[in-house]
Design a protein around this ligand. Sequence first.
Ligand code: SAM
Length: 223
Amino acid sequence: MGKLYLVPTPIGNLEDITLRALRILKEVDLILAEDTRTSGKLLHHFQISTPMQSHHMHNEHKKLDHLIERLLDGEQMALISDAGTPGISDPGFLLTRACIENAIEVECLPGPTAFVPALVNSGMPSDRFVFEGFLPVKKGRQTRLQLLAEESRTLILYESPHKLLKTLTNIVAFFGAERQVAVCRELTKMYEETIRGTAAQVLEHYTKKPAKGEIVIVVAGKK
Ligand code: SAM
């Protein structure tokens, strides 16, 4: 019987790869990568020459049966995404579920992911939190925002830089201008920053200075 490893990869700083991640990526028979070009650079940097195959949201359904067959035949595989932990706003869930249904062992290694350092950097309560990933772009967005405005736990959102202003504007409108917000940008990278303040202050900051790079928004829960 084979085994599936879900292997987190750095979200910016290559020093964040773990020793075990490197060993597993060297030892498995096949690496399933969200983008073989992006992961090719990472693997080349660490001198890993394990065969690689693409596994992304557009082909993961189609390839599932074949991968399960190969795992049942005894192959060891590692799934990696472009950055961070597979399955966290990235492909991983479908294959993990299919492995479990087929009694194939699954192991997710601990490692880089953007939401944990963002939550801790925010200085907001981290004993109870809600990870929402990306908000719906159109359909269902208003309903989700209305629901989340009532949430008492700290809320974590992933966002792209060109939608940051829209989302901050929505937070002011649905959660109130005084709700505490932290925007964590470019975690682990050279221009890492966290801007903390009320929703109105953070919106004003990014209206004056448009954001670039990768972003996590942390919102305080309703008091
Ligand atoms: N699997 C990844 C993880 O474990 O965090 C998330 C992948 S998701 C497709 C990409 C989003 O994660 C970005 O749009 C951003 O919201 C967040 N993200 C990834 N890297 C980041 C970084 N270095 N700094 C801030 N946010 C980051």
